[in-house]
Write a protein that binds this ligand. Sequence first.
Ligand code: DC
Length: 237
Amino acid sequence: MTSPIIIAVDGYSSTGKSTFAKAIASELGYIYIDTGAMYRAVTLLAVRSSLAGAGQTIDFDGLRKILYGKPAVEISFRTSGPGSVSETWLDGENVERSIRTLEISRLVSYVAAEPFVRDYVDNRLREIGAAKGVVMDGRDIGTAVFPDAELKIFMTARPEVRARRRYEEMRSRGRENVTYEDILSNLSERDYIDTHRAVAPLRRADDAVLLDNSDMSVEDQIVWFRNILKERHLCGF
Ligand code: DC
């Protein structure tokens, strides 16, 4: 049995990072961490504190005070039982559903571009990852949070494929009022902000393996992943 490692799964929005990362975590018996959910929870906190909203400039000074205030804000991941997926909690409340709305998706890239927000989230992620045996999905895990991660995967897919997947996912969750066009334009906007921000922009780490899953099923991706582990003699394969 080889010792546990950190697997960083970075890439563009809606490339199926979480589906893939959850599947490989369960394959290895590792913990799965959705790092975007942390940025979403901070964004929800800002909205609920009336520091952010549609047509409003985000009040970052106010947000900094709340985030680093006393008592400290607590964002965590919890599972409700064996085999169940982990869900995001904000100060004792399960916010898994509230952080997935289009309003939060529209604001989150701006909040995530703020250096003090990134510091806050990075510190939490490093605490969680210290024991290894984790799969983290995000934008900067392999470049900034864990630059020494033993395995880095960078995911991409064609924009139309990504928008279609996100659209179907939202419809299946009962969000009848979203349109494919809204989602496509939200994705392009987020790609732009994520790749152009000054701090830890989204980019492929030099040592990351590229996974373009435009024409791959989840099963295809798992087969691909097993081959990578074998090639690199990782995790007992
Ligand atoms: O993966 P997601 O769509 O839930 O991520 C939400 C936002 O958070 C996304 O616009 C970019 C940001 N993010 C980030 O900047 N760094 C991460 N490690 C994860 C997400």
